[in-house]
Design a protein around this ligand. Structure first.
Ligand SMILES: *Cc1c(COP(=O)(O)O)cnc(C)c1O
Length: 419
């Protein structure tokens, strides 16, 4: 893996110049959308060779398994991240569920923070628990608590890179040391900061899961997810994966994921989405840098405003996570920030006055988006659950888009006037 400077300088060049696995029949400069389900073979011996993995360059057979357009996006993400293997799936939730369906087993446990994306929380707590998997919530700021929650049946430690909407940053290099000593893989949802802003391998991440719906899709064009394997974990230590056949070049995790789990679950990425997201990858760094610079500026502006009680952005001096944020992230930590107003009513009035910023869920669209998480994303959780998840009702979440920064600033200032 190249050093940080090289990676930063050549990030877009590497993605834009990533070549196809096989030359296109018409020398198309952009990977076309292969919308077909099946691929034809010239004779029975060659179709048998493809199904028995006897080819030097594997052929595509059926688009639930692999597809040229989807594979091209996997190659671009490999070039961007330095991961050893990338598996695209239909959504960010499919990335998380496929990963844990490959790792967890009845009697195993997952050690994680209760501060999770709502569906991830629900997947661990409700879906997986029905199959005999236990979820153990810990405070990720407390290394001793993490260490003591782990036992011989822990299949993974999982967290989000910056929790949402709390904006906590776990000290991944420290946690990774504890996990390595106990042979537990570190799995991180890195949706919030893409590869041009965060080097997962350097931070000690073994498996990365991403909702490519967000930054990667290039403006909320499509739903998608990615699972990245850095090839850094020795799966002999996982009860379930140690029996998986070892092959050259792919880890036991990737082998099981690609050959069994992803096919059986069938949440394959649609080729149209892969095409849109490949285009999104080509402008990723440009969009990330502009959005993040605007977010940092707006966070500073909001922090000085009398009506704003608190601003969450991990690069601010006021963030308890500033030191670890500066260590982990290259430049600004992304385009999402949070802020608190007097009460829930003030949040509603503020939102209703906005003219440019849209009232919508989702993150990292080209358009700026605002949401009141307590009444929407967490709206159906009980008050007790909201307490466990740490959801406050005077908090707003803003995802900063590509509009001109002055226009966003003016929109916010005029809407704050009536609060
Ligand atoms: C959006 C999101 C997900 C889920 O992704 P989908 O593509 O909507 O399935 C998971 N984790 C985080 C941090 C997210 O923001």
């Amino acid at each position: 893996m190249a050093d940080k400077d090289f990676q930063k300088k050549s990030f877009s060049t590497r993605i834009i110049n990533e070549r196809f696995g096989k030359e296109d029949a018409h020398r198309s400069i952009t990977m076309p959308v292969y919308r077909n389900a099946a691929f034809e073979f010239p004779d029975s011996e060659s179709i048998a060779a493809a199904f028995q993995y006897r080819e030097d360059i594997p052929s595509h057979t059926y688009s639930r398994i692999t597809n040229p357009t989807v594979e091209n996006l996997e190659q671009k993400i490999k070039a961007a991240s330095g991961a050893e293997n990338v598996q695209m799936v239909a959504s960010g939730m499919a990335a998380i569920s496929n990963t844990f369906l490959a790792l967890a087993y009845a009697g195993s446990n997952i050690v994680t923070s209760p501060h999770l994306f709502g569906n991830t929380f629900s997947f661990f707590k409700f879906t997986l628990e029905a199959f005999g998997v236990e979820v153990r919530f810990v405070d990720t700021d407390n290394i001793e608590e993490i260490a003591s929650a782990i036992d011989e049946n822990t299949c993974a430690f999982f967290c989000e890179l910056i929790t949402n909407p709390h904006l906590e940053v776990a000290d991944l290099p420290q946690i990774s040391k504890v996990l390595k000593a106990q042979n537990i893989p570190l799995i991180v949802d890195t949706t919030i900061v893409p590869w041009c802003g965060f080097d997962a391998r350097k931070a000690g991440v073994d498996i990365e899961v991403v909702s490519t719906t967000k930054y990667i899709s290039g403006g909320a064009t499509s739903i998608g997810g990615a699972i990245l394997d850095y090839g850094t974990f020795d799966w002999e230590h996982n009860q379930r994966l140690k029996s998986v056949k070892k092959t050259d070049g792919v880890s036991q995790f990737t082998f099981k994921l690609k050959r069994e789990i992803a096919r059986n679950i069938g949440a394959a990425m649609d080729p149209e989405a892969a095409y849109l997201q490949s285009l999104g990858m080509e402008t990723l760094q440009l969009r990330f840098e502009k959005m993040s610079a605007s977010a940092y500026h707006l966070a500073q502006l909001l922090e000085q405003h009398a009506e704003v009680m608190k601003v969450g952005y991990t690069r601010l001096e006021s963030s308890p996570y500033k030191a670890i944020s500066d260590e982990l992230f290259i430049g600004n930590p992304g385009a999402m920030l949070t802020f608190c107003l007097k009460d829930k009513q003030a949040c509603y009035s503020f939102m209703d006055r906005l003219r440019i910023i849209r009232r919508a869920t989702n993150l990292f669209d080209n358009k700026s988006l605002i949401i009141h998480p307590e009444s929407t994303i967490y709206g159906t959780f009980s008050p007790d659950m909201k307490m466990v998840m740490g959801i406050e009702d005077n908090l707003l979440r803003l995802s900063v888009g590509l509009e001109d920064m002055e226009d966003l600033q003016n929109d916010i200032l005029q809407a704050l006037k009536i609060v």
